[in-house]
Ligand binder design. Structure first.
Ligand SMILES: [Zn+2]
Length: 258
């Protein structure tokens, strides 16, 4: 028992060692052989299969992402094109509207100018008409020429129009106003008519003044034709027109009202 015990004890102690050795040997063998046999397929598997298996979803994702991005870009491009077309159409419409507005404004301005010109012409006509109505020819049927500025005795120049008419012919007020009678060696029996229109008319060489002072109306008889003063024996009315105190050639005015 004493001998057996150590033997048994030896065997009992040796058994695990043997087992461990066997296991180590087995693993050692495995490790010694396995790298050569097992690593190659593993590497091949990794190189040939794993990249495909691992990368395929990533590629698909990238492709999908690219496709998605391309779609987005296409959509953006289309949206941009639509927006640009819209903007171009709007600009075109605005330009057309601006042109139309400009043309309209020009037409309106033209019409306005035409209306203003028409109104002005109408006013001028009305003014002439008013003069004709309220202003009357001082000596109807008189003969006269434009001799304004012609030389006269003593270095004077002729400041009026001579209306030639038979002695005693009626002389009328040209416009509404006020009469002041006058007398001078040159003018003889004369009249001033301070008209309401601001102008002053002078009648000279009368044979008589019918009205010597006060208000008269256009067309009212105020004097008679004669040859007093320096008329040189020719029966006529020396007629002057003053505007703002300045002598103006009355010829065209008289042509307008006689
Ligand atoms: Zn004269």
């Amino acid at each position: 028992m004493l001998h057996a015990k150590p033997r048994a004890g030896l065997r009992a102690r040796a058994l695990p060692v043997l087992l461990m050795s066997a296991v180590v040997a087995a693993f050692g063998g495995l490790f010694a052989l396995a790298p050569v046999e097992a690593d190659r397929p593993a590497v091949l598997a990794y190189a040939d299969v794993a990249p495909l298996v691992l990368d395929e979803p990533a590629t698909q994702e990238r492709a999908q992402a690219r496709a998605s991005r391309d779609r987005r870009m296409d959509e953006q491009a289309r949206a941009l094109a639509v927006a640009q077309a819209k903007a171009a159409a709007a600009a075109k419409a605005k330009a057309a509207a601006d042109a139309a507005a400009k043309a309209k404004a020009a037409a309106e301005a033209k019409a306005k100018a035409a209306a203003a010109a028409k109104a002005k012409a109408k006013r001028a006509t009305a003014s002439r008409g008013a003069l004709r109505i309220s202003g009357r020819c001082p000596v109807p049927n008189a003969s006269f020429t434009d001799t304004y500025g012609a030389a006269r005795s003593g270095g004077r120049s002729h400041k009026g129009t001579d209306l030639l008419a038979p002695y005693g012919s009626p002389v009328y007020a040209v416009a509404d106003g006020r009469i002041r009678d006058a007398y001078s060696s040159n003018g003889g029996i004369s009249l001033y008519l301070d008209a309401d229109n601001g102008e002053t008319y002078f009648y000279a060489h009368n044979s008589a003044n019918v009205v010597k002072a006060g208000r008269v109306q256009a067309g009212q008889l105020i004097a008679r034709v004669g040859s007093t003063g320096n008329a040189g024996g020719t029966n006529h009315v020396h007629f002057e027109r003053e505007v703002g105190g300045r002598s103006i050639n009355p010829y065209s005015f008289l042509r307008g009202i006689c």
